[in-house]
Design a protein around this ligand. Sequence first.
Ligand SMILES: [Zn+2]
Length: 564
Amino acid sequence: MYDAALVRRAYLVAVLLALCCIDAAGARSPAPDTILINGKLVVYDGAPAQALAVRDGKITAIGRTAKILALVGPGTRVIELGGRTVIPGLIDSHIHAIRAGLSYNTEVHWFGVRTLDEALGRLRAAAEKAPRGSWLVVAGGWTERQFREDRPPTQAEIAAAAPDHHVYIQLLYSKVLLGPGSAEALGVAGHPGLSARLNVERDVDGKPIGWLSGDNRAISDLFNLLPRPTFAQKLAGTRAFFRALNAMGITGVNDPGGYNIEIDDYQPVMQIGREHGLTLRVRYSLSAPRRDHELADFKELTQNLPMGSGDDWLRFNGIGENVTWGLYNNDNPTDAQKEQLYQVLRWAVSRGMTATFHWHNDRPVHHLLDVLERVNAETPIAKLRWSIAHLNDASPATLKRLKAMGVGWLVQNAFYFRGEAFLGQRGADAARVAPPLVSALRMKLPVGGGTDAHRVMAPNPFVSLQWMLDGKTVSGVAMRAPQELPTRIEALRLYTQGSAWFTFEEKLRGALKVGQFADIAVLSRDYLSVPVEQIGGIVSLLTMVGGQIVYADGPYAALEEKPR
Ligand SMILES: [Zn+2]
């Protein structure tokens, strides 16, 4: 019903208005490049608004439609919103977007697939296209809990779906299912260090069933044995993944390095940035490449890469999430390992670097906090905006220690997939406050929203927002108590302004406000009023970054612009 004719009619009205007002407008600031009218704008701290104006990539006016229409000039593009909801562009504050882009076009994705049957169908479809003998990889972002069948595939099923291919299917960072003969093709046995760290799962008769299990490190080492995409595939994959994020209203990502990404792997995103082809804002930190060489490596890597270098599209944002290997997924770090982290952090402070830390759970987090407090006692770190990611079961005491140092917290929807496992291990009382989202907000702790896609989670921000609001796992089990369920606006703020804080940009993006970047998403449904269980199904119909329409669909499809 909001078709091209309506857009044209609105444009005509706007042009007429502009012509009639041109004399009066003589002394006015230049006309907007684009205006969006007749919508429902989610404005955090201001009067309700239905329209906004964009010029030179920023929001220049916001308010009632009549007021914005009055600004129109002859060259202004007018977009009729038809009552749709407009939000500030979403920012995932912890997503392995650069890594995901490298292999996005050469992988099979099971994000959001609700039956095993359909998942296997995707494998079958990929097998029909890929050359015989090549690899089909599902790199994560799914759980058997999302399938109606409530179980993962078997080796026989994947072999039937792709009889002429090698298959690698990763489940979180805990297990990998390989097709018949695929372990041999990977040469797992040729890596004695690795095979010793992998457990071969067997059936009752002791026969291997295709699944290998291991810790994060072993699984990521196994992944590293897979053939790498070519540079051209990495470039195309990065563009495609970023566009897929745009389609979900994402306009920015904070990328924390992590496993399975080498320094070379930053070349594709850098090249796209140089060619002005990015469709979202990328802020990235660097993880330590080599164990026990952390300080030397960081010094070398950042010699010509000071904190904050880059531009509005692609910018370096410090170190982490793996700052030192000794305090990465390690429950019992030694004093020497803590000293090693301390030395790296002292250097980071001297270079004005921000830092982000992966930490898995609350019980051993005191090891990390002790080191941070030691550094903070010498030089206050608050202005560097450090962060801890994950920590789904953060205790009030931990949140207090973070708050005291001015360290923020990056929360993802890990329990959307793993909630039942946590419930089973820790019980309902622990689950009621995990993660303690509202407690953190009441303390005014800086908090960012996100997913941790795409190994652990799928990248859909609306699924993460829905989980923030109802605390339910993918199979519908309720965990968090009502007092830890934020309001819709609070959750949205975390995913926008909250995330922007961690890159020092909360005054530049994350809100529909004059002076901020025109990073916005026009939604398929009203985030503020649809039933909560339908929020995960919302998509963007029009996503704008810096005033440029990077993604458009449905009634707006014709408006999509090529990257600059
Ligand atoms: Zn992490």
